[in-house]
Design a protein around this ligand. Structure first.
Ligand SMILES: NC(=O)c1ccc[n+]([C@@H]2O[C@H](COP(=O)([O-])OP(=O)(O)OC[C@H]3O[C@@H](n4cnc5c(N)ncnc54)[C@H](O)[C@@H]3O)[C@@H](O)[C@H]2O)c1
Length: 437
């Protein structure tokens, strides 16, 4: 196979712009700096620890992914952020309470130097928050222009060669696609008129995409996943990906459900409940923000189990998802799943999962990987939706008319085959006839 696209070199500085300097962002930044200093290992990161098999099983070629594709290295990264609170990254990490002070104190200088730029924020979209570090503008277009000015200033001041932007802000209220999202012309008018169907996250997405910067959405709210912004991304060459990082309970769901389906075990019901006490949990305590999250979490099973193809097994599945804000737990989320299974001749069984996880510890390696892979995609000339990064998301963005792929194992195969494709290596189909012929 010949190389499909020549991937531009990863040399130079890559600026990672994070919208929201909360638990996920601070854990990502602090983690990358700690790894850079040799204080900890990047566990959970495919770009740093993953390998990829090339050629036949008999060839013994299994390089690390970072040696196989030209990815930016952690020591080439610089960080910028926006938040409605003034705390610098060190203070924000302390507030988030995810990482031990003993670790944070060893990287205090680097973290303290990262100060949030004033946010584009409107309480209409995140009802439980309010803060002092917020931009004022005559309309949404003006706010977008202020973000573009921030982006350009950050790039120049930090000597960046390239940038990526990730929305790691709070989950905004549930919105559906409307007329203003249908074309770029309508969207531009909507910005001028401060149309309420354009939430803050979309203004950031617009600013990034206008500048040809890759954009990812770590949260479930509607953001770059509207026709207008996809149209703009095709024009400016921005790769896009989202939505909603696949951590915790949904990660487990997309590991377990494909296994149960593979063995054709029926499922009558799947009841999922969580307690968590971080700021994300507080925001999700608002029913409108929770609805956005619920939609994202619930769609997963339908697509994996395909009740239309397997009505005897999954047609009547009762799927319930609950999130309860419970302060004492902070970021240490606890999830319970009860799965009512049906086996041979209709006999009932139950499976219980109790996952005592750490939300941001699971999210940080995803944010780091997505930033590096989006930058790679950009250098490979890939724009628009990056479906090969579905692996990392609960509600993967996908082309209109196509159903999303949620099975974690298919997603990983797709991701690795995309890397092989970029580098002109044979795709691996797992057919394996050649070993027996
Ligand atoms: N941690 C996980 O496992 C996980 C998984 C999937 C999705 N997410 C999503 O990622 C997002 C971040 O999670 P978190 O735990 O860091 O939450 P967090 O509440 O700790 O941080 C979010 C930050 O975003 C800021 N913010 C909100 N609106 C903003 C705006 N318009 N501009 C700039 N800053 C803004 C808030 O002030 C806050 O500091 C949430 O939407 C969450 O639902 C997290």
């Amino acid at each position: 196979m010949t190389k499909v696209s020549s991937v531009r070199s990863a040399e130079g500085k890559l600026g990672i712009l994070l919208v929201g300097l909360g638990a996920v962002s601070t854990t990502t930044i602090a983690g990358i700096i700690a790894v850079r200093k040799g204080l900890a290992k990047p566990i959970g990161s495919l770009t740093e620890m993953g390998t990829i098999r090339l050629g036949k099983r008999t060839e013994g070629r299994t390089p690390t992914i970072r040696d196989f594709v030209p990815l930016a290295r952690y020591d080439q990264l610089v960080f910028g952020a926006w938040d409605l609170f003034n705390e610098n990254c060190y203070e924000a990490a302390k507030t988030a309470g995810v990482l031990e002070p003993a670790l944070l104190d060893q990287i205090k200088d680097e973290l303290s130097a990262i100060k949030p730029m004033p946010a584009v924020f409107d309480r209409q979209y995140v009802k439980r928050l309010d803060g002092p570090n917020v931009k004022k503008g005559k309309n949404k277009k003006d706010l977008a222009n202020q973000l573009i000015a921030d982006i350009r200033k950050f790039k120049a001041e930090n000597g960046c060669d390239r940038l990526v932007m990730l929305w790691c802000g709070s989950t905004e209220v549930f919105l559906v696609e409307s007329d203003v999202h249908k074309s770029m012309a309508a969207f531009e008018k909507g910005l001028e008129a401060s149309d309420p169907a354009i939430p803050s996250s979309m203004i950031y997405a617009y600013a990034a995409i206008s500048e040809g910067i890759p954009y990812a959405n770590a949260a479930p709210n509607l953001s770059a996943d509207v026709p207008a912004l996809m149209e703009l991304a095709q024009k400016t060459g921005s790769p896009l990906v989202g939505k909603d990082l696949k951590t915790g309970q949904t990660l487990m769901k997309t590991i377990i459900a494909p296994g149960l389906k593979a063995r054709l075990l029926g499922i009558d019901g799947w009841y999922s409940t969580n307690i968590l006490g971080n700021r994300d949990g507080e925001v999700l305590d608002d029913p409108e923000s929770f609805k956005t999250k619920e939609e994202s979490k619930k769609s997963v099973l339908d697509y994996i189990l395909q009740p239309n193809l397997y009505p005897d097994l999954y047609k009547d599945l009762h799927h319930v998802v609950r999130i309860n804000y419970y302060k004492p737990r902070g970021d240490a989320k606890e999830g319970w799943d009860n799965i009512d299974l049906v086996g041979w001749l209709g006999y009932k069984m139950q499976l219980k999962i109790n996952f005592l996880c750490r939300d941001s510890i699971l999210a940080a390696p995803i944010v780091a990987d997505v930033a590096l892979f989006l930058d790679l995609a950009h250098r490979a000339g890939m724009s628009g939706i990056q479906e090969w990064l579905s692996f990392y998301f609960k509600s993967p963005m996908h082309a209109p008319g196509l159903y999303p792929e949620h099975d974690l194992f298919i997603q990983l195969m797709k991701l690795k085959n995309t890397l092989r494709y970029m580098q002109g290596e044979e795709l691996i189909t797992h057919l394996g006839r050649e070993y027996y012929d």
